[in-house]
Design a protein. Structure first.
Length: 678
């Protein structure tokens, strides 16, 4: 009997341990914080990104979408670091809290409501937690929520520190108190010029207190030097008492508003008078709406958490109602200078388009607004139509550093832009948008390809001297992806003209029908004219089966897959390649092989302590939103079988891995449909 009871207790303990270890679908937690091996995770609202730090009350980066200037790196525009408007100092009983003073530190990202919480014990004196938000409903505003629970009677001293990043110049610091009968508003504000003086960057924040008016702590301003100032207050807390306060702040530049200094203070005052509860409530409601479009899998808890993390980052880096487009690293830092590549149109955009067309509209609007710059770029290179730059920033001119050959030669970006415009129409069926904005982009990209080919006889309208999608193949002829995507643009533009009652240029289909797709002697589609089986950096030929339908025969798809999957090295290559292998094997009915590549696409790329994805296996440059976009496509269009067609989104046959009992995709397209695979 005693043995039976003991065995039962052991089983119960085992179940409890397993339950504790089970990954949460919505929360990523870390209780082992090693500052020497720490990669921050981002809270963002599509406009402002806050990157976490292992240090208490510190933020690694504040990144503002659309804020570019020429400085330092490569003689091209770069993302600017914004004022770090959430950094704080905390004193307890007159002693400044530092990284070595924390015990039991835990950090947690709540993906459902886009909040990041750090909690820890300060010796035997207090337990402290703080949560910050990049408020979804207020594009330029952030909130930090702090709770200090005293274990003994203590005196709390806290300061909000505003410090200018090194690259900014002509820093001006301001402090104002606005006294009203029902509230006192203390405003800590800074402004500075960007390195060339092109932009004025401004930030402002204020304390939100929980006490009634008249009982709030007295706020004191201190000016330390030209680049740093702070405001602070102190408060006595009795043992067992919890004290609560918040900081709301705004960061904005002259790229976003004609009067950024006053607007930063106005938006901060607005947040102050909205109050903590309303700010968090509206933020949560906005994220609840976003998550009505979701991916749910049954039977694989870790994959579910990882899929939510990838979706969360895509949602965080894009905002409805703008003409902004995400860079490969989104708002997670200054990686890739914040530039926009094909990473957007081919890798991130399709998933966003399927789940949130209203957000995807911002990404195609970004290209439409820069169409004139693309036409000038084509003119400069001796072509007609529009030639979109390989790297784009604020204005749409070419921003690739001159040492990279992708700038003048990686022309397939222009096909990606044209295909994205067509796909927006396919999903939304918005003919007015197609006429007003989609058609101009599609026409000009089609004209580009008709002028770009070299006409060397029937079936030989060659596209020579390009950098392939596989970027290790430089200055090659008749690259598979470039040629096939050019054909798709010409075909789509012809179809769009019919829908709009316009006359398509008959030369478009003439060109499309004569662009060659090459093959090796063994029947495998050749990556380019000089290809002889060497290793490849990333997917190229396999993209002809998806997202294009240039290759549709399952036997040919399999032949190309089996050939090129062995040509990808095990390190130094980006996550998207394995995502395409995943997608195609799932559609071929090989769910388990697809699952192998699904995991291989990102698990070796994860960094501690919060499972952030780097660009390559063993890489250290998270967060790689491009990879997340490709992997989410592998779930939606691979395992889920979703397909974008001229008649809308349909579902084709696919297979799940044995680990997944079911896959459910909610909120698809403008009609917010539900698709499932058992």
């Amino acid at each position: 009997m005693k043995k039976s009871i003991a065995l039962l207790i052991v089983l119960m303990i085992c179940r409890m341990v397993i339950a504790q270890q089970k990954p949460d679908a919505w929360k990523i937690s870390a209780d082992k914080i090693d500052p020497s091996n720490y990669y921050g995770i981002t809270v963002a609202n599509g406009m402002i990104g806050i990157v976490s730090s292992p240090e208490p009350f510190k933020v690694k980066d504040v990144v503002l979408a659309g804020a570019y200037d020429l400085y330092g790196r490569g003689r091209v525009s770069n993302f600017l670091r914004s004022f770090n408007l959430l950094n704080m100092q905390l004193d307890i009983d007159g002693r400044r809290l530092g990284a070595g003073d924390t015990r039991n530190m835990k950090q947690e990202l709540d993906m459902k409501h886009a909040s990041f919480t750090t909690s820890f014990d300060y010796g035997d004196k207090a337990t402290i937690s703080y949560t910050y938000y990049s408020l979804r409903h207020l594009p330029f505003t952030v909130l930090m929520d702090v709770t200090v629970t005293a274990k003994k009677d203590i005196t709390l001293g806290t300061a909000s520190v505003m410090e200018a990043p090194d690259a900014l110049k002509d820093v001006q610091n301001y402090y104002n108190e606005i006294d009203r009968p029902h509230v006192v508003i203390s405003l800590l504000t800074s402004s500075a010029k960007s390195p060339t003086g092109k932009l004025l960057m401004c930030a402002s924040n204020t304390f939100l207190f929980s006490e009634p008016h008249g009982q709030e702590p007295r706020v004191i301003h201190e000016m330390w030097d030209n680049n740093m100032h702070l405001m602070k207050f102190s408060r006595k807390i009795k043992a067992g008492e919890s004290y609560h306060y918040s900081i709301a702040g705004t960061s904005i530049t002259s790229a976003h508003h004609d009067d950024p200094l006053n607007e930063a203070e106005r938006m901060t005052i607005f947040a102050k008078l909205e109050g903590r509860e309303r700010l968090i409530s509206f933020h949560n409601k906005a994220w609840n709406e976003l998550w009505k479009s979701d991916i749910t899998i049954e039977g694989d808890d870790q994959s579910q958490q990882d899929i939510h993390s990838m979706l969360y980052h895509l949602y965080s880096f894009v905002r409805e109602g703008t003409d902004m487009s995400p860079s490969p690293m989104g708002l997670s830092g200054l990686g890739y200078n914040g530039h926009v590549f094909w990473d957007t149109e081919l890798w991130m955009y399709p998933s966003i388009l399927v789940l949130h067309p209203e957000m995807a509209k911002s990404l195609v609007e970004y290209r439409y607004q820069r169409l004139a710059a693309a036409k000038k770029n084509a003119f400069n290179h001796g072509y007609k139509g529009a030639m979109f730059p390989w790297e784009s920033a604020a204005t749409g001119v070419e921003e690739t550093p001159v040492w990279a050959l992708s700038g003048p030669f990686e022309h397939h970006i222009t096909a990606c832009v044209g295909i994205a415009a067509w796909n927006y129409y396919c999903v939304t069926q918005d003919k007015e948008w197609l006429k007003e904005k989609g058609w101009p982009v599609m026409k000009e990209t089609a004209d580009f390809w008709a002028s770009r080919v070299e006409r060397n006889g029937p079936g030989k309208y060659d596209i020579k001297n390009v950098v392939a999608a596989d970027e290790w193949a430089e200055n090659v002829d008749n690259n598979a992806w470039t040629n096939a995507s050019a054909k798709a643009v010409l075909q789509n533009a012809t179809e769009a003209a019919k829908l709009l009652g316009l006359t398509a240029d008959p030369d478009w289909m003439n060109v499309a029908n004569n662009i060659p797709i090459l093959h090796l002697e063994n029947g495998v589609t050749s990556e380019h004219a000089a290809y002889h089986g060497e290793g490849i950096k990333q997917a190229d030929v396999n993209l002809l089966a998806y997202p294009l339908k240039e290759v549709s025969d399952p036997k040919q798809i399999r032949k190309d897959l089996e050939y090129y999957e062995t040509r990808v090295p095990n390190e130094g290559t980006p996550a998207m390649t394995q995502a395409i292998f995943t997608l195609l094997y799932a559609r071929l009915g090989e769910g388990d092989k697809a699952y192998h590549f699904f995991k291989d696409a990102y698990v070796p790329n994860l960094n501690p302590p919060l499972r952030v994805i780097a660009e390559t296996k063993g890489g250290t440059n998270p967060y790689f939103a491009t990879g997340a976009g490709g992997i989410i496509q592998s779930v939606l269009m691979g395992f889920g079988g979703l397909e974008i067609t001229p008649k809308g989104i349909i579902q084709v046959k696919s297979a799940l891995p044995k680990q997944w009992k079911s896959l459910t995709i909610t909120g698809v397209g403008v009609e917010k449909k539900i698709f499932s695979v058992k």
